[in-house]
Ligand binder design. Structure first.
Ligand code: NAD
Length: 289
């Protein structure tokens, strides 16, 4: 099975490289011209599409994905499976899926969790919506790039799962940062709080695996000046997608709404280009009033 991969950024590049390492023929494409990789690079979409049975996209947002689909779907062979791994909103996921189906292509929305480290180590989790037959065909590729692929239902279900998951993540990161900021202010040794909470009811991924406190727990962006990782901008994007879905479905999500406001504030007040765990130094600088 030959593979085309569009979007060779922080996530897409290691994903494409892992497929190549596993023995697949991979051809990549990105609008930036200086990608440093052993993956063969196509200089235009025609060359990328040629002879490839699967086309992955891993792009910043729904705008780029729609633009790329508009350019390529009419040119693909009808046996091609289109797999979009970007995080985009559900309406966009439906739009690109309908567009591809009109051209007799099979589609999957397959956003991921696990961050850049997961992309490099091949330990991502894929949340997949769309054609079930296509899922069965692509599953071996998901298993190379990730540790788990969950079929969530019809087109858009993968994106739905991703936005709900990341709403939990945004809220829980804020909760962890609040607790550590409070601990420091009341004179509790933060190392002790980590030891307690990571082994008790406060434990969660944001604390145990992605601890926002420098020098504590596993190595995380906090140990590298909060260089992302997963940027605050991307977290705000995901919380915004969740809030539009909550509005559309009339769902009560007060913590999700507040988390979005907090990330908006963070980005206005020094958080641009920082990891989403930068909430901790942001809170530490603030007082109650
Ligand atoms: P990135 O900005 O590093 O990579 C995106 C790449 O797409 C860039 O190299 C860019 O040049 C390229 N691109 C943009 N428009 C293009 C076009 N029209 N044609 C071809 N290439 C184009 O972003 P990323 O961190 O790799 O994230 C990609 C997606 O994965 C996003 O939707 C993001 O929300 C999601 N995601 C990211 C993470 C993370 O930790 N970074 C984790 C989970 C999901």
């Amino acid at each position: 099975m030959n593979i085309g991969f569009i979007g060779l950024g922080n996530m897409g590049l290691p994903m494409a490289e892992n497929l190549q390492k596993a023995g697949y023929e991979v051809v990549g494409f990105d609008i930036k011209k200086d990608v440093n990789t052993s993956v063969k690079i196509a200089n235009n979409f025609e060359n990328l599409i040629k002879d490839n049975e699967v086309i992955f996209t891993m792009l910043p947002s729904g705008n780029e994905v729609s633009k790329v689909y508009n350019e390529i779907v009419t040119k693909c062979e009808s046996s091609t499976v289109m797999v979009d791994c970007s995080t985009i909103d559900i309406n966009n996921a439906h739009f690109i899926s309908d567009l591809a189906k009109k051209n007799k292509l099979q589609t999957l929305d397959a956003p991921v969790s696990g961050g850049v480290v997961g992309a490099i180590d091949g330990t991502l989790t894929f949340m997949v919506g769309g054609d079930q037959k296509a899922f069965k065909k692509i599953k071996p590729l998901f298993e190379i790039m990730g540790k788990k692929a969950v079929y969530c239902g019809d087109s858009g279900s993968g994106q739905a799962a991703k936005m709900c998951n990341n709403m939990i993540l945004g809220i829980s990161m804020i909760g962890v940062c609040e607790a550590f900021s409070l601990a420091k202010n009341i004179g509790l040794d933060v190392e002790k709080l980590f030891e307690v909470s990571s082994n008790s009811s406060g434990s969660c991924w944001a604390l145990n695996t992605y601890c926002p406190v420098p020098g504590i727990g596993p190595k995380t962006p906090a140990d590298n000046s909060y260089i992302p990782g997963f940027s605050s901008e991307l977290m705000l994007k995901d919380l915004s997608l969740a809030q539009s879905a909550a509005k559309q479905s009339n769902s009560h999500t007060p913590l999700g709404a507040n988390a979005k406001k907090i990330y908006e504030k963070l980005l206005k007040e020094g958080g641009k280009g920082k990891d989403f765990s930068y909430i901790l130094p942001f809170f530490s600088k603030k007082s109650r009033n």
